[in-house]
Ligand binder design. Sequence first.
Ligand SMILES: CC(C)(COP(=O)(O)OP(=O)(O)OC[C@H]1O[C@@H](n2cnc3c(N)ncnc32)[C@H](O)[C@@H]1OP(=O)(O)O)[C@@H](O)C(=O)NCCC(=O)NCCS
Length: 188
Amino acid sequence: MPAARESVTVRRCDAKDLAKIVAEDPLGAAYADLAFAAQNEERADYLVAWIGGQPVGSGQLEWTQPPELKSLHVEPEHRGAGIGTAIIRHAEQLSRGHGTLIVGVGQDNPDARRLYERLGYVATGRLETYTYSYVDTAGVSRDATETAEYLEKALRRVRGNDALAQTVSASIGGKSATTSSTCGASSR
Ligand SMILES: CC(C)(COP(=O)(O)OP(=O)(O)OC[C@H]1O[C@@H](n2cnc3c(N)ncnc32)[C@H](O)[C@@H]1OP(=O)(O)O)[C@@H](O)C(=O)NCCC(=O)NCCS
């Protein structure tokens, strides 16, 4: 867990950020490359959380209709400190113009579901089962099947439609978390 009062910043990944993530690989270089490519194609925003110049978490905000936050992940040693919440809040801020943000939560992931419900997400009843491949810690390629349930949150529209110009600071879990919208709004 980060030391008390360490500042967490969430921002859209840029080329310099990507180089650091790939060099240090804390969030997975292959995934980071794919997420950045999707961002370049304006299909998604790759949101990365930083503490003291280190990437500690990420999420992919897909510009579907409505937008969907996918692949939310916080490094294990930084969990429970408000970083996941800061990434979700940042995604909400970017999605405000669309009125709704959705997330798919694995049925075997009650902890993540609790986090979303606490932040105001409600079940839609939509279920999706999908199979994906991954490489386990022994380097063996495996397939896994998972069922996700979709939750959604209605987002309040802000006056002047300039939420992206704001920098929002909030005290989350005793830490100072800043979501700085240095990202452009080109794709939404
Ligand atoms: C889910 C996850 C992104 C939350 O990030 P985080 O920075 O720990 O979240 P926050 O500190 O903002 O909020 C803590 C809440 O997250 C949830 N949570 C889920 N897994 C957790 C974990 N391993 N450790 C701590 N909290 C976890 C809990 O609901 C917790 O709330 P609680 O205090 O009521 O138990 C993170 O735990 C993670 O990367 N988990 C593995 C990947 C995953 O499950 N992603 C979600 C896909 S939908």
